[in-house]
Design a protein around this ligand. Structure first.
Ligand SMILES: *Cc1c(COP(=O)(O)O)cnc(C)c1O
Length: 357
């Protein structure tokens, strides 16, 4: 068809994880979704909604939710912003800050949406390989000469964490914008979030989401914190009414129940650490994760296609984990943390596949 821009025609579709039809036994551990339901307060809010309210447009500027988020993080409303998932915020940042000729430096491997966005906006994408031990090479990011750097913390798909002081070193030494994606920060031990640095550095934007720790993927609510000038620029570039009125209310309800967040993220952490330990006893190598997933390599005796074999056989059994075909990841599986019951079923399957493949 005419009119489609050549660089869009060439663009590979975003490599999303499989979303299978629910079978008799489907265990979905490939999208980093939360295995626990949203807070009971979200359910209560859902029950109280009036269909007639849908006649009206939502609050376009999302003021109530932004105020609540700002207060919860010790910031002011003009430092906070909400999007239709943090994916939309990433898109807004590209619209507001980059054009063809700009460049961003991103650790590799990483969350693939940054690559897709760079391609759409014709922004040069500089891969900065993680080191042999998968840690982010902060010096290479600093020396990249790019207009902006991206740091996902804890990183995806490795689960590794950069400390607060490492993040501050990056923000204080890098001359351009630092996009800090903390989608998984609520699963890490407390004290590592760099949201507070927004008060001190104008070149920082911190992205968060209700999708993962708050179990609201389907609600599509992301948020971020930055300096008021960048927030105002994001406001100008977003879609009108980008967060629907239902999701605004659900997010407020979720935010109002921090103890539920605490309990469910602690449960995910415990399951994650127990499961990593069990995988190691089966001969897997696991990168120590601070998120709600584990990146692991199957035992060597399964051969170089061991991960692909396990991925396929698990899928035949209705268990979906993530497999990446790329050179550094093709011998690995990324497994999202489910309930203890789901992980027990997965463990039993893995044990039998590893002992008699
Ligand atoms: C899941 C995820 C997001 C996007 O989440 P939304 O559902 O769009 O809020 C952003 N960054 C990373 C690293 C993620 O894994």
């Amino acid at each position: 068809m005419a009119n489609i821009l050549p660089h869009i025609e060439r663009l590979a579709p975003y490599p999303a994880g499989a979303q299978p039809e629910k079978g008799p036994r489907t265990i979905q551990l490939n999208l980093n979704e939360n295995p626990y339901p949203p807070s009971p307060r979200v359910k209560e809010m859902f029950g109280m909604m009036d269909v007639n309210d849908l006649r009206k447009y939502p609050d376009s500027r999302n003021l109530q939710l932004r105020a609540a988020l700002a207060e919860a993080h010790g910031l002011s409303i003009d430092q906070s912003y909400c999007g239709n998932g943090s994916s939309e915020i990433i898109s807004n940042v590209f619209s507001a800050c980059f054009s063809s000729g700009s460049s961003i430096a991103v650790p590799d491997p990483s969350f693939p949406l940054y690559y897709t966005m760079a391609s759409i906006h014709q922004v040069e994408y500089i891969h900065v390989p993680t080191r042999e031990d998968w840690s982010v090479d902060l010096d290479s990011l600093l020396e990249s000469g790019a207009n902006a750097v991206v740091l996902i913390n804890p990183n995806a798909p490795t689960g590794l964490l950069n400390t607060f002081s490492e993040v501050e070193r990056l923000v204080s030494h890098f001359p351009g914008l630092v996009i800090l994606d903390e989608a998984y920060m609520d699963f890490a031990d407390p004290g590592h979030s760099a949201v507070s640095l927004v008060k001190r550095y104008d070149n920082l934007i911190v992205l968060r989401t209700f999708s993962k720790a708050y179990a609201l993927c389907g609600g599509r609510i992301g948020y971020c914190f930055s300096n008021p000038a960048l927030i105002e620029a994001l406001e100008k570039t977003r879609n009108l009414y980008n967060v629907n009125s239902i999701s605004q209310k659900l997010a407020l309800a979720a935010l109002g129940d921090p103890s539920y967040l605490e309990v469910t993220t602690a449960a995910v952490r415990r399951t994650r650490d127990d499961f990593s330990q069990k995988l190691r006893l089966l001969g897997f190598e696991c990168i120590p994760s601070h998120a709600n997933f584990i990146l692991c390599s199957p035992p060597k005796h399964l051969g170089e296609d061991g991960a692909l074999m396990l991925y396929r056989k698990l899928m035949d059994r209705g268990i979906y984990v993530r497999y990446y075909q790329t050179p550094r990841l093709r011998d690995k599986l990324r497994i999202s943390i489910g309930t203890d019951e789901e992980m027990d079923i997965l463990y039993a399957e893995l044990r039998s596949l590893v002992t008699s493949p």
